[in-house]
Design a protein around this ligand. Structure first.
Ligand SMILES: NC(=O)C1=CN([C@@H]2O[C@H](COP(=O)(O)OP(=O)(O)OC[C@H]3O[C@@H](n4cnc5c(N)ncnc54)[C@H](O)[C@@H]3O)[C@@H](O)[C@H]2O)[C@@H](O)CC1
Ligand SMILES: [K+]
Length: 517
Protein backbone atom coordinates (compact mmCIF):
# COMPACT_ATOMS: atom_id res chain seq x y z
CA UNK A 1 0.00 0.00 0.00
CA UNK A 2 1.29 3.49 -0.78
CA UNK A 3 1.34 5.52 2.36
CA UNK A 4 0.06 9.00 1.63
CA UNK A 5 -0.19 11.93 4.01
CA UNK A 6 -3.91 11.36 4.51
CA UNK A 7 -3.44 7.70 5.34
CA UNK A 8 -0.75 8.68 7.78
CA UNK A 9 -2.98 11.16 9.61
CA UNK A 10 -5.81 8.66 9.85
CA UNK A 11 -3.68 5.62 10.75
CA UNK A 12 -4.46 3.70 13.90
CA UNK A 13 -1.76 1.57 15.47
CA UNK A 14 -2.22 -1.66 17.36
CA UNK A 15 -0.19 -1.81 20.56
CA UNK A 16 2.21 -4.12 18.73
CA UNK A 17 2.64 -1.63 15.86
CA UNK A 18 3.05 1.20 18.37
CA UNK A 19 5.83 -0.84 20.03
CA UNK A 20 7.53 -1.02 16.63
CA UNK A 21 7.17 2.75 16.14
CA UNK A 22 8.82 3.29 19.54
CA UNK A 23 11.56 0.81 18.69
CA UNK A 24 12.29 2.30 15.26
CA UNK A 25 12.47 5.77 16.80
CA UNK A 26 14.81 4.57 19.54
CA UNK A 27 17.01 2.83 16.92
CA UNK A 28 17.13 6.07 14.94
CA UNK A 29 18.89 7.68 17.92
CA UNK A 30 16.15 9.03 20.21
CA UNK A 31 16.59 7.36 23.62
CA UNK A 32 13.48 5.68 25.09
CA UNK A 33 13.66 7.86 28.16
CA UNK A 34 13.40 10.94 25.93
CA UNK A 35 10.16 9.58 24.45
CA UNK A 36 8.96 8.81 27.95
CA UNK A 37 9.80 12.36 29.11
CA UNK A 38 7.71 13.76 26.24
CA UNK A 39 4.87 11.35 26.98
CA UNK A 40 4.91 12.18 30.70
CA UNK A 41 5.04 15.91 30.00
CA UNK A 42 2.04 15.61 27.66
CA UNK A 43 0.15 13.88 30.47
CA UNK A 44 1.17 16.63 32.89
CA UNK A 45 -0.12 19.30 30.48
CA UNK A 46 -3.45 17.47 30.19
CA UNK A 47 -3.69 17.32 33.99
CA UNK A 48 -2.94 21.07 34.13
CA UNK A 49 -5.95 21.67 31.87
CA UNK A 50 -8.22 19.87 34.35
CA UNK A 51 -7.15 20.69 37.89
CA UNK A 52 -5.47 23.69 39.53
CA UNK A 53 -2.13 24.09 41.28
CA UNK A 54 -2.42 22.82 44.83
CA UNK A 55 -5.05 20.21 43.93
CA UNK A 56 -4.46 16.60 44.95
CA UNK A 57 -3.40 14.33 42.09
CA UNK A 58 -3.07 10.62 42.83
CA UNK A 59 -0.88 8.55 40.51
CA UNK A 60 -1.41 4.83 40.14
CA UNK A 61 1.73 3.49 38.40
CA UNK A 62 2.15 -0.02 37.02
CA UNK A 63 5.30 -2.13 36.63
CA UNK A 64 6.11 -1.19 33.00
CA UNK A 65 6.63 1.88 30.85
CA UNK A 66 3.04 3.04 31.29
CA UNK A 67 3.97 3.52 34.93
CA UNK A 68 7.15 5.26 33.73
CA UNK A 69 5.04 7.90 31.94
CA UNK A 70 3.22 8.35 35.23
CA UNK A 71 6.45 9.00 37.18
CA UNK A 72 7.53 11.67 34.69
CA UNK A 73 4.13 13.41 34.84
CA UNK A 74 4.17 13.24 38.65
CA UNK A 75 7.61 14.88 38.81
CA UNK A 76 6.51 17.70 36.47
CA UNK A 77 3.31 18.33 38.42
CA UNK A 78 5.03 18.21 41.82
CA UNK A 79 7.49 20.81 40.53
CA UNK A 80 4.54 22.94 39.37
CA UNK A 81 2.99 22.94 42.86
CA UNK A 82 0.39 20.16 42.66
CA UNK A 83 -0.11 17.94 45.72
CA UNK A 84 1.12 14.71 44.16
CA UNK A 85 0.80 11.27 45.72
CA UNK A 86 2.24 8.26 43.85
CA UNK A 87 1.28 4.64 44.35
CA UNK A 88 3.35 2.00 42.62
CA UNK A 89 1.39 -1.20 42.00
CA UNK A 90 3.79 -3.34 43.95
CA UNK A 91 7.50 -2.92 44.77
CA UNK A 92 9.47 -0.08 43.09
CA UNK A 93 12.55 -2.31 43.41
CA UNK A 94 11.07 -4.45 40.61
CA UNK A 95 11.06 -1.57 38.09
CA UNK A 96 13.38 -1.89 35.11
CA UNK A 97 14.75 0.08 32.15
CA UNK A 98 13.17 3.42 31.28
CA UNK A 99 10.51 3.04 33.97
CA UNK A 100 13.24 2.66 36.61
CA UNK A 101 15.06 5.68 35.20
CA UNK A 102 11.80 7.70 35.32
CA UNK A 103 11.28 6.59 38.93
CA UNK A 104 14.81 7.64 39.87
CA UNK A 105 14.23 11.03 38.23
CA UNK A 106 11.50 11.61 40.82
CA UNK A 107 14.36 12.34 43.23
CA UNK A 108 13.09 13.43 46.66
CA UNK A 109 9.44 13.16 45.47
CA UNK A 110 9.95 9.37 45.42
CA UNK A 111 10.89 9.14 49.07
CA UNK A 112 8.33 11.67 50.34
CA UNK A 113 5.19 11.05 48.30
CA UNK A 114 5.46 7.47 47.12
CA UNK A 115 3.85 4.29 48.44
CA UNK A 116 2.66 0.86 47.37
CA UNK A 117 -0.93 0.39 46.19
CA UNK A 118 -0.94 -3.31 47.06
CA UNK A 119 0.61 -4.80 50.19
CA UNK A 120 0.73 -8.60 49.99
CA UNK A 121 -2.72 -9.53 48.69
CA UNK A 122 -4.49 -6.46 50.07
CA UNK A 123 -5.06 -2.94 48.87
CA UNK A 124 -2.91 -0.64 51.02
CA UNK A 125 -4.87 1.41 53.62
CA UNK A 126 -2.80 4.42 52.70
CA UNK A 127 -4.02 4.14 49.10
CA UNK A 128 -7.66 3.87 50.17
CA UNK A 129 -7.50 6.99 52.35
CA UNK A 130 -5.58 9.02 49.73
CA UNK A 131 -8.01 8.03 46.98
CA UNK A 132 -11.01 9.46 48.84
CA UNK A 133 -9.46 12.90 49.17
CA UNK A 134 -8.01 13.15 45.63
CA UNK A 135 -9.16 15.62 42.98
CA UNK A 136 -7.89 13.53 40.08
CA UNK A 137 -6.50 10.02 39.61
CA UNK A 138 -3.90 9.30 36.94
CA UNK A 139 -4.23 5.77 35.64
CA UNK A 140 -0.71 4.74 34.62
CA UNK A 141 -1.15 1.05 35.47
CA UNK A 142 -1.13 -0.67 32.07
CA UNK A 143 -1.14 0.56 28.51
CA UNK A 144 0.16 -1.18 25.41
CA UNK A 145 1.67 -3.97 27.53
CA UNK A 146 -1.64 -5.30 28.88
CA UNK A 147 -1.33 -8.99 28.07
CA UNK A 148 -3.89 -10.74 30.29
CA UNK A 149 -7.18 -10.02 32.01
CA UNK A 150 -7.13 -7.95 35.19
CA UNK A 151 -7.71 -10.23 38.15
CA UNK A 152 -7.33 -10.56 41.91
CA UNK A 153 -6.25 -7.52 43.91
CA UNK A 154 -5.43 -5.51 40.79
CA UNK A 155 -9.03 -5.89 39.64
CA UNK A 156 -10.27 -4.89 43.10
CA UNK A 157 -8.05 -1.82 42.94
CA UNK A 158 -9.56 -0.81 39.60
CA UNK A 159 -13.09 -1.34 40.91
CA UNK A 160 -12.28 0.78 43.95
CA UNK A 161 -11.09 3.64 41.73
CA UNK A 162 -14.23 3.38 39.56
CA UNK A 163 -16.49 3.39 42.63
CA UNK A 164 -14.69 6.35 44.22
CA UNK A 165 -16.29 8.87 41.87
CA UNK A 166 -12.94 10.66 41.56
CA UNK A 167 -12.33 11.62 37.90
CA UNK A 168 -9.61 9.63 36.15
CA UNK A 169 -7.20 10.58 33.40
CA UNK A 170 -5.75 7.53 31.66
CA UNK A 171 -2.24 7.32 30.28
CA UNK A 172 -2.32 5.77 26.79
CA UNK A 173 -5.39 3.60 27.50
CA UNK A 174 -7.70 3.05 30.46
CA UNK A 175 -6.08 0.05 32.18
CA UNK A 176 -7.89 -3.14 31.23
CA UNK A 177 -8.93 -1.91 27.77
CA UNK A 178 -7.25 -3.74 24.90
CA UNK A 179 -5.70 -1.23 22.53
CA UNK A 180 -6.08 -3.68 19.65
CA UNK A 181 -9.78 -4.44 20.04
CA UNK A 182 -11.45 -2.11 22.54
CA UNK A 183 -12.48 -5.17 24.53
CA UNK A 184 -12.32 -5.10 28.31
CA UNK A 185 -9.97 -7.72 29.73
CA UNK A 186 -11.38 -8.77 33.11
CA UNK A 187 -12.33 -5.22 34.14
CA UNK A 188 -11.16 -1.71 33.30
CA UNK A 189 -10.72 1.81 34.57
CA UNK A 190 -13.40 4.28 33.50
CA UNK A 191 -11.67 7.53 32.66
CA UNK A 192 -12.97 10.95 31.70
CA UNK A 193 -9.93 11.64 29.54
CA UNK A 194 -7.14 9.69 27.89
CA UNK A 195 -3.81 10.90 26.57
CA UNK A 196 -2.25 8.60 24.01
CA UNK A 197 0.86 9.03 21.91
CA UNK A 198 1.71 9.49 18.21
CA UNK A 199 -1.44 7.84 16.83
CA UNK A 200 -4.69 6.59 18.38
CA UNK A 201 -5.23 2.85 18.76
CA UNK A 202 -8.27 0.81 17.56
CA UNK A 203 -9.29 0.39 21.21
CA UNK A 204 -9.88 4.14 21.49
CA UNK A 205 -12.59 3.96 18.79
CA UNK A 206 -14.16 0.53 19.20
CA UNK A 207 -16.79 -0.14 21.83
CA UNK A 208 -16.83 -0.79 24.71
CA UNK A 209 -13.30 0.65 25.11
CA UNK A 210 -14.26 3.97 23.53
CA UNK A 211 -16.80 4.64 26.27
CA UNK A 212 -14.12 4.19 28.94
CA UNK A 213 -11.61 6.56 27.32
CA UNK A 214 -13.56 9.78 27.75
CA UNK A 215 -12.11 12.55 25.64
CA UNK A 216 -9.06 11.11 23.86
CA UNK A 217 -6.13 13.32 23.02
CA UNK A 218 -3.25 12.21 20.81
CA UNK A 219 0.05 13.80 21.90
CA UNK A 220 3.06 14.30 19.67
CA UNK A 221 6.11 12.74 21.33
CA UNK A 222 8.46 13.29 18.41
CA UNK A 223 7.93 10.02 16.53
CA UNK A 224 8.18 10.90 12.85
CA UNK A 225 5.28 10.21 10.48
CA UNK A 226 7.77 8.48 8.13
CA UNK A 227 8.03 5.70 10.70
CA UNK A 228 4.64 4.56 9.41
CA UNK A 229 6.08 3.76 5.99
CA UNK A 230 7.99 0.90 7.54
CA UNK A 231 5.08 -0.26 9.72
CA UNK A 232 2.47 0.12 6.95
CA UNK A 233 -0.61 0.03 9.20
CA UNK A 234 -3.86 -1.10 7.61
CA UNK A 235 -6.36 0.16 10.18
CA UNK A 236 -7.64 3.71 10.02
CA UNK A 237 -9.87 6.22 11.69
CA UNK A 238 -12.74 6.86 9.27
CA UNK A 239 -12.31 10.56 8.63
CA UNK A 240 -11.95 12.80 5.57
CA UNK A 241 -8.13 12.57 5.81
CA UNK A 242 -8.47 8.93 4.81
CA UNK A 243 -10.57 9.39 1.69
CA UNK A 244 -10.53 13.01 0.61
CA UNK A 245 -8.28 12.03 -2.31
CA UNK A 246 -11.12 9.83 -3.65
CA UNK A 247 -13.88 12.37 -3.09
CA UNK A 248 -15.88 12.73 -6.34
CA UNK A 249 -15.25 16.16 -7.80
CA UNK A 250 -17.34 16.91 -10.87
CA UNK A 251 -15.46 18.62 -13.69
CA UNK A 252 -16.57 22.12 -14.65
CA UNK A 253 -17.97 20.55 -17.81
CA UNK A 254 -19.88 17.86 -15.89
CA UNK A 255 -23.37 16.86 -16.99
CA UNK A 256 -25.76 14.55 -15.23
CA UNK A 257 -24.66 11.50 -17.22
CA UNK A 258 -21.01 12.05 -16.34
CA UNK A 259 -21.93 11.95 -12.62
CA UNK A 260 -23.25 8.40 -12.85
CA UNK A 261 -26.67 6.77 -12.88
CA UNK A 262 -27.65 4.77 -9.81
CA UNK A 263 -30.52 2.30 -9.78
CA UNK A 264 -32.35 1.34 -6.59
CA UNK A 265 -34.52 -1.78 -6.82
CA UNK A 266 -37.66 -1.26 -4.77
CA UNK A 267 -40.20 -3.60 -3.23
CA UNK A 268 -43.95 -4.21 -3.53
CA UNK A 269 -46.68 -1.68 -2.79
CA UNK A 270 -46.76 -2.42 0.95
CA UNK A 271 -43.07 -1.58 1.46
CA UNK A 272 -41.98 1.16 -0.91
CA UNK A 273 -40.65 3.74 1.56
CA UNK A 274 -37.28 2.11 2.21
CA UNK A 275 -36.20 2.17 -1.43
CA UNK A 276 -37.41 5.77 -1.82
CA UNK A 277 -35.28 6.81 1.15
CA UNK A 278 -32.30 5.09 -0.51
CA UNK A 279 -32.98 6.69 -3.89
CA UNK A 280 -33.28 10.20 -2.42
CA UNK A 281 -30.03 9.73 -0.51
CA UNK A 282 -28.23 8.47 -3.64
CA UNK A 283 -29.25 11.61 -5.50
CA UNK A 284 -28.20 13.83 -2.61
CA UNK A 285 -24.84 12.02 -2.43
CA UNK A 286 -24.16 13.35 -5.91
CA UNK A 287 -25.21 10.72 -8.44
CA UNK A 288 -26.22 12.55 -11.63
CA UNK A 289 -29.34 10.42 -12.07
CA UNK A 290 -31.16 7.96 -9.86
CA UNK A 291 -33.86 5.57 -11.01
CA UNK A 292 -36.11 3.65 -8.70
CA UNK A 293 -36.90 0.36 -10.42
CA UNK A 294 -40.31 -0.59 -9.16
CA UNK A 295 -42.65 -3.59 -9.49
CA UNK A 296 -45.90 -2.73 -11.32
CA UNK A 297 -48.11 -2.67 -8.20
CA UNK A 298 -45.87 -0.10 -6.53
CA UNK A 299 -45.60 2.28 -9.50
CA UNK A 300 -48.48 4.52 -8.50
CA UNK A 301 -47.46 4.98 -4.88
CA UNK A 302 -43.84 5.67 -5.89
CA UNK A 303 -44.94 8.08 -8.63
CA UNK A 304 -46.96 10.03 -6.07
CA UNK A 305 -43.86 10.56 -3.92
CA UNK A 306 -41.01 11.08 -6.34
CA UNK A 307 -39.86 14.17 -8.17
CA UNK A 308 -36.17 14.26 -9.12
CA UNK A 309 -35.80 10.48 -8.76
CA UNK A 310 -36.92 8.69 -11.94
CA UNK A 311 -39.18 5.70 -11.97
CA UNK A 312 -39.01 2.55 -14.10
CA UNK A 313 -41.38 -0.36 -14.10
CA UNK A 314 -39.71 -3.77 -13.86
CA UNK A 315 -41.96 -6.77 -13.50
CA UNK A 316 -39.55 -9.72 -13.42
CA UNK A 317 -35.91 -10.74 -13.71
CA UNK A 318 -36.16 -10.66 -17.51
CA UNK A 319 -37.26 -7.03 -17.55
CA UNK A 320 -34.51 -6.16 -15.06
CA UNK A 321 -31.90 -7.76 -17.32
CA UNK A 322 -33.36 -5.88 -20.28
CA UNK A 323 -33.24 -2.61 -18.37
CA UNK A 324 -29.59 -3.20 -17.48
CA UNK A 325 -28.54 -3.41 -21.12
CA UNK A 326 -28.27 0.38 -20.76
CA UNK A 327 -24.63 0.55 -19.70
CA UNK A 328 -24.98 4.03 -18.28
CA UNK A 329 -26.70 2.45 -15.27
CA UNK A 330 -23.45 1.97 -13.43
CA UNK A 331 -24.30 1.37 -9.75
CA UNK A 332 -27.09 -0.74 -8.29
CA UNK A 333 -28.66 -1.13 -4.86
CA UNK A 334 -30.97 -3.91 -3.80
CA UNK A 335 -32.31 -4.83 -0.38
CA UNK A 336 -34.26 -2.06 1.37
CA UNK A 337 -37.89 -3.16 1.41
CA UNK A 338 -37.33 -5.59 -1.46
CA UNK A 339 -38.61 -8.71 0.31
CA UNK A 340 -36.90 -11.91 1.44
CA UNK A 341 -36.93 -15.09 -0.59
CA UNK A 342 -36.13 -16.98 -3.76
CA UNK A 343 -37.13 -14.11 -6.09
CA UNK A 344 -34.69 -11.83 -4.33
CA UNK A 345 -31.92 -14.40 -4.69
CA UNK A 346 -32.61 -14.66 -8.44
CA UNK A 347 -32.60 -10.89 -8.89
CA UNK A 348 -29.38 -10.52 -6.87
CA UNK A 349 -27.80 -13.16 -9.09
CA UNK A 350 -28.87 -11.22 -12.20
CA UNK A 351 -27.52 -7.95 -10.81
CA UNK A 352 -24.17 -9.49 -9.86
CA UNK A 353 -23.93 -11.01 -13.33
CA UNK A 354 -24.46 -7.54 -14.84
CA UNK A 355 -20.96 -6.46 -13.71
CA UNK A 356 -21.88 -3.20 -12.04
CA UNK A 357 -20.88 -1.62 -8.76
CA UNK A 358 -23.41 -3.02 -6.28
CA UNK A 359 -24.66 -2.46 -2.75
CA UNK A 360 -26.42 -5.42 -1.13
CA UNK A 361 -28.35 -4.46 1.98
CA UNK A 362 -31.14 -5.68 4.26
CA UNK A 363 -33.44 -8.22 2.48
CA UNK A 364 -30.80 -8.96 -0.16
CA UNK A 365 -28.53 -10.19 2.66
CA UNK A 366 -31.19 -12.00 4.67
CA UNK A 367 -32.31 -13.88 1.54
CA UNK A 368 -28.96 -15.72 1.57
CA UNK A 369 -29.03 -16.75 5.27
CA UNK A 370 -29.49 -20.40 4.31
CA UNK A 371 -26.67 -20.46 1.78
CA UNK A 372 -24.25 -17.58 2.16
CA UNK A 373 -21.54 -19.37 0.19
CA UNK A 374 -23.73 -19.19 -2.92
CA UNK A 375 -23.76 -15.40 -2.54
CA UNK A 376 -20.00 -15.21 -1.94
CA UNK A 377 -19.36 -17.32 -5.04
CA UNK A 378 -21.38 -14.87 -7.16
CA UNK A 379 -19.65 -11.87 -5.58
CA UNK A 380 -16.26 -13.34 -6.41
CA UNK A 381 -17.23 -13.69 -10.08
CA UNK A 382 -18.49 -10.09 -10.26
CA UNK A 383 -15.70 -7.68 -11.22
CA UNK A 384 -17.40 -4.51 -9.97
CA UNK A 385 -17.01 -3.48 -6.32
CA UNK A 386 -19.65 -5.11 -4.10
CA UNK A 387 -20.59 -3.59 -0.76
CA UNK A 388 -22.39 -5.59 1.92
CA UNK A 389 -23.96 -3.44 4.62
CA UNK A 390 -25.17 -5.78 7.39
CA UNK A 391 -26.07 -4.82 10.93
CA UNK A 392 -25.02 -7.32 13.62
CA UNK A 393 -28.14 -9.49 13.18
CA UNK A 394 -27.71 -9.80 9.41
CA UNK A 395 -23.98 -10.34 9.86
CA UNK A 396 -24.44 -13.29 12.22
CA UNK A 397 -26.77 -14.96 9.71
CA UNK A 398 -24.30 -14.61 6.84
CA UNK A 399 -21.18 -15.41 8.87
CA UNK A 400 -22.42 -17.59 11.76
CA UNK A 401 -19.01 -19.07 12.53
CA UNK A 402 -16.97 -15.84 12.45
CA UNK A 403 -16.05 -14.80 15.99
CA UNK A 404 -13.69 -12.27 17.58
CA UNK A 405 -13.73 -8.53 18.09
CA UNK A 406 -15.59 -6.31 15.64
CA UNK A 407 -12.49 -5.37 13.66
CA UNK A 408 -11.41 -8.99 13.26
CA UNK A 409 -14.91 -10.11 12.31
CA UNK A 410 -15.35 -7.44 9.64
CA UNK A 411 -11.93 -8.26 8.17
CA UNK A 412 -12.55 -12.01 8.11
CA UNK A 413 -15.97 -11.50 6.53
CA UNK A 414 -14.56 -9.23 3.82
CA UNK A 415 -11.89 -11.79 3.05
CA UNK A 416 -14.38 -14.65 2.92
CA UNK A 417 -17.04 -12.88 0.85
CA UNK A 418 -14.74 -10.94 -1.47
CA UNK A 419 -16.89 -7.86 -0.75
CA UNK A 420 -16.35 -4.58 1.04
CA UNK A 421 -17.94 -5.20 4.40
CA UNK A 422 -19.70 -2.37 6.22
CA UNK A 423 -20.47 -3.84 9.64
CA UNK A 424 -22.88 -1.26 11.00
CA UNK A 425 -23.35 -0.03 14.55
CA UNK A 426 -22.26 2.83 16.80
CA UNK A 427 -18.68 1.91 15.89
CA UNK A 428 -19.17 0.80 12.28
CA UNK A 429 -16.21 -1.00 10.72
CA UNK A 430 -15.57 -0.86 6.98
CA UNK A 431 -13.26 -3.65 5.82
CA UNK A 432 -11.86 -4.58 2.41
CA UNK A 433 -10.78 -8.04 1.23
CA UNK A 434 -7.20 -6.67 0.88
CA UNK A 435 -7.01 -6.19 4.67
CA UNK A 436 -7.70 -2.46 4.98
CA UNK A 437 -10.20 -1.48 7.65
CA UNK A 438 -11.58 1.80 8.98
CA UNK A 439 -13.39 2.43 12.26
CA UNK A 440 -16.09 5.06 12.40
CA UNK A 441 -16.91 7.12 15.45
CA UNK A 442 -19.12 10.05 14.46
CA UNK A 443 -22.49 8.26 14.54
CA UNK A 444 -24.84 9.66 17.20
CA UNK A 445 -27.19 7.20 18.96
CA UNK A 446 -30.27 8.85 17.46
CA UNK A 447 -29.25 7.42 14.08
CA UNK A 448 -30.69 4.15 15.40
CA UNK A 449 -34.09 4.77 13.82
CA UNK A 450 -36.27 3.15 11.15
CA UNK A 451 -34.99 3.81 7.64
CA UNK A 452 -31.57 5.05 8.71
CA UNK A 453 -29.84 2.03 7.13
CA UNK A 454 -31.74 2.56 3.87
CA UNK A 455 -30.30 6.07 3.69
CA UNK A 456 -26.79 4.75 4.32
CA UNK A 457 -27.11 2.20 1.51
CA UNK A 458 -28.43 4.94 -0.77
CA UNK A 459 -25.51 7.24 -0.04
CA UNK A 460 -23.14 4.37 -0.80
CA UNK A 461 -24.70 3.59 -4.18
CA UNK A 462 -24.72 7.30 -5.04
CA UNK A 463 -20.99 7.47 -4.40
CA UNK A 464 -20.30 4.27 -6.36
CA UNK A 465 -22.22 5.75 -9.30
CA UNK A 466 -19.72 8.62 -9.29
CA UNK A 467 -16.84 6.19 -9.60
CA UNK A 468 -15.63 6.19 -6.00
CA UNK A 469 -13.76 2.90 -5.34
CA UNK A 470 -15.57 0.40 -3.10
CA UNK A 471 -13.65 0.76 0.18
CA UNK A 472 -13.62 4.56 -0.02
CA UNK A 473 -17.32 4.64 -0.98
CA UNK A 474 -18.12 2.57 2.12
CA UNK A 475 -16.01 4.85 4.33
CA UNK A 476 -17.41 8.06 2.86
CA UNK A 477 -21.00 6.81 3.12
CA UNK A 478 -20.66 5.83 6.77
CA UNK A 479 -18.99 9.11 7.67
CA UNK A 480 -21.51 11.27 5.76
CA UNK A 481 -24.35 9.34 7.37
CA UNK A 482 -22.89 10.00 10.84
CA UNK A 483 -22.42 13.70 10.12
CA UNK A 484 -25.95 13.96 8.73
CA UNK A 485 -27.16 12.40 12.00
CA UNK A 486 -25.23 14.97 14.01
CA UNK A 487 -26.47 17.77 11.79
CA UNK A 488 -30.10 16.64 12.15
CA UNK A 489 -29.78 16.23 15.91
CA UNK A 490 -31.79 14.23 18.44
CA UNK A 491 -35.35 13.59 17.36
CA UNK A 492 -34.38 12.99 13.75
CA UNK A 493 -36.25 10.63 11.49
CA UNK A 494 -34.69 8.99 8.45
CA UNK A 495 -36.40 11.56 6.20
CA UNK A 496 -34.24 14.28 7.76
CA UNK A 497 -30.96 12.70 6.74
CA UNK A 498 -30.85 13.38 3.00
CA UNK A 499 -31.63 17.10 3.45
CA UNK A 500 -28.98 17.30 6.20
CA UNK A 501 -26.42 15.87 3.79
CA UNK A 502 -26.44 19.13 1.89
CA UNK A 503 -24.45 21.13 4.41
CA UNK A 504 -22.32 18.10 5.33
CA UNK A 505 -21.30 17.68 1.68
CA UNK A 506 -20.60 21.38 1.39
CA UNK A 507 -18.14 21.02 4.27
CA UNK A 508 -16.34 18.13 2.54
CA UNK A 509 -16.26 19.95 -0.80
CA UNK A 510 -14.75 23.02 0.88
CA UNK A 511 -12.08 20.80 2.43
CA UNK A 512 -11.42 18.89 -0.78
CA UNK A 513 -10.99 22.02 -2.85
CA UNK A 514 -8.18 23.28 -0.60
CA UNK A 515 -5.03 22.50 -2.52
CA UNK A 516 -6.98 21.80 -5.71
CA UNK A 517 -7.47 25.38 -6.76
N1 LIG B 1 9.84 3.67 24.84
C1 LIG B 1 8.63 3.21 24.77
O1 LIG B 1 8.40 2.05 24.42
C2 LIG B 1 7.52 4.13 25.16
C3 LIG B 1 6.44 3.61 25.86
N2 LIG B 1 5.47 4.42 26.34
C4 LIG B 1 4.55 3.92 27.35
O2 LIG B 1 4.81 2.57 27.61
C5 LIG B 1 3.63 1.81 27.61
C6 LIG B 1 3.93 0.40 27.22
O3 LIG B 1 4.89 -0.05 28.15
P1 LIG B 1 5.14 -1.58 28.43
O4 LIG B 1 5.35 -2.29 27.17
O5 LIG B 1 6.21 -1.63 29.45
O6 LIG B 1 3.75 -2.11 29.01
P2 LIG B 1 2.82 -1.60 30.18
O7 LIG B 1 3.50 -0.63 31.05
O8 LIG B 1 1.55 -1.21 29.57
O9 LIG B 1 2.52 -2.95 30.99
C7 LIG B 1 3.45 -4.01 31.04
C8 LIG B 1 3.57 -4.55 32.42
O10 LIG B 1 2.29 -4.82 32.96
C9 LIG B 1 2.19 -6.19 33.33
N3 LIG B 1 0.81 -6.61 33.06
C10 LIG B 1 0.22 -6.69 31.85
N4 LIG B 1 -1.06 -7.06 32.00
C11 LIG B 1 -1.28 -7.22 33.33
C12 LIG B 1 -2.41 -7.59 34.10
N5 LIG B 1 -3.57 -7.87 33.54
N6 LIG B 1 -2.27 -7.67 35.44
C13 LIG B 1 -1.10 -7.38 36.02
N7 LIG B 1 0.01 -7.02 35.35
C14 LIG B 1 -0.08 -6.93 34.01
C15 LIG B 1 3.24 -6.90 32.49
O11 LIG B 1 3.64 -8.09 33.12
C16 LIG B 1 4.33 -5.85 32.46
O12 LIG B 1 5.07 -5.88 33.67
C17 LIG B 1 2.72 2.54 26.69
O13 LIG B 1 1.38 2.25 26.97
C18 LIG B 1 3.09 3.98 26.95
O14 LIG B 1 2.35 4.47 28.04
C19 LIG B 1 5.65 5.86 26.26
O15 LIG B 1 6.47 6.20 27.33
C20 LIG B 1 6.32 6.27 25.00
C21 LIG B 1 7.63 5.56 24.82
K1 LIG C 1 -3.24 3.28 31.64
Amino acid sequence: MTFETGNSEAALLTPEEMGRADKLTIESGVPGIVLMERAGQAVARAVGERVATGDKVLFLCGPGNNGGDGFIAARCLAAAGYAVRIFVLKDPAELKGDALEAFERLGPVASNQCGKAIEGDDIADDFISSLGSSDLVIDALFGAGLDRPLAGTVLKLVELVNQSGVPVLAVDLPSGVSGASGLILGGAIKSCATVTFFRAKPGHLLLPGRELCGETKVADIGILAQTLEEISPDTFRNSPELWLGSWPRPETSAHKYSRGHAVVFGGPMSSTGAARLSAGAALRAGAGLVTLASPPDAMMVNACHLTAVMLRKVSDTGSITGFLTDERLNALLIGPGFGVGATTRTVVEALLAANRAIVLDADALTSFSEDPDALFGMIRSSPGPVLLTPHEGEFSKLFPDIAGDKLQRARLAAERSGAILVLKGPDSVIAAPDGRAAINRNAPPWLATAGSGDVLAGIAVGLLAQGVPGFEAGCQAVWLHGEAGLESGPGLTAEDLAPALKSVIRGVVDKSSVGHR
